[in-house]
Design a protein around this ligand. Structure first.
Ligand code: B1M
Length: 208
């Protein structure tokens, strides 16, 4: 669809205003939030990723593209988060220590909120102790851990190990590009979600 290609290109170009306007138009034209997400915003980041890897673009360009993606996410958030959804439970979520990537985690947050969860987003670069404090404070049913770097996957294991020592036993969901079902099993987390949409399905199954 032409408008979705436009959103993808605007993200790649790092044009936040254009991304925002096109997302608004896409909604008016009847596109669903997940179409805009998958075929527009994420498609744009999927163009940037390989270019970053091949040194065709550098950190500033990636950050500008990420900012454009966020401006689009703000628009579709209004579509996803409807106020009359009944609260299903509480989820504490964050990116593990040493890792600053949050675009995917933020998408997961939007989808979870949109489907009726109260989500406490702790942010990025979080030591295991930060998750422990949040579990004690908010008593969530689920803790979500995100990691985008192979080098921070060890921190994910460390956080799972630490959370397992607590009296409160929230379910632990893990995700992020280098994470897999196999890794999830290996570190003893309860569930792995490959993307934001399946994170909702997995969360529903975990609290059922
Ligand atoms: Co970085 N980066 N980055 N980066 N970056 C990657 C991850 C990399 C694969 C790029 C590459 O080389 N090809 C590579 C990692 C290689 C590896 O570990 N094997 C990499 C690297 C090396 C680095 C630095 C070390 C680069 C440097 O400085 N030399 C550095 C590290 C900084 C740090 O974290 N300490 C770095 C920095 C950055 C930026 C700051 C420039 C920026 C982050 C901006 C931000 O997040 N605010 C950035 C970005 C944007 C990327 C790429 C290009 C895009 C990531 C992204 O946002 N994808 C990425 C390449 C790539 O992935 N193609 C790359 C879009 C997003 C929607 O997908 O995050 O996978 P994703 O999330 C998905 C799923 O994974 C899942 O749902 C999401 C939605 O569907 N998911 C969950 C995620 N978390 C979940 C949690 C769940 C469930 C599902 O439950 C709790």
């Amino acid at each position: 669809m032409e408008i979705l290609d436009g959103i993808r290109d605007a993200v790649v170009a790092g044009d936040a205003l254009e991304t925002k306007e096109l997302c608004q138009r896409a909604i008016e034209e009847g596109c669903s939030a997940s179409q805009i997400l998958e075929e527009g915003l994420i498609a744009g980041m999927n163009v940037i990723g390989p270019r970053f890897k091949n040194n065709e673009v550098f950190v500033p360009e990636v950050l500008i593209a990420a900012r454009a993606m966020h401006s689009g996410m703000d628009v579709i958030k209004t579509l996803i988060v409807s106020s009359d959804v009944k609260e299903k439970g509480t989820i504490v979520i964050g990116t593990v220590k040493g890792d600053l990537h949050d675009i995917g985690k933020n998408l997961v947050v939007i989808m979870l909120e949109g489907s009726g969860y109260k989500v406490i987003d702790l942010g990025v670069d979080l030591a295991a102790e930060k998750f422990v404090e949040a579990v004690e404070q908010y008593q969530p049913q689920i803790v979500g851990l995100s990691a985008l770097l192979t080098t921070t996957m060890g921190q994910m294991k460390n956080t799972v190990d630490t959370l397992r020592t607590l009296k409160l036993k929230p379910k632990i969901m893990v995700g992020g590009a280098p994470v897999s079902q196999e890794f999830c099993d290996q570190i003893g987390a309860d569930a792995y979600a490959a993307d934001a949409a399946s994170a909702v399905e997995i969360a529903n199954a975990l609290i059922a």
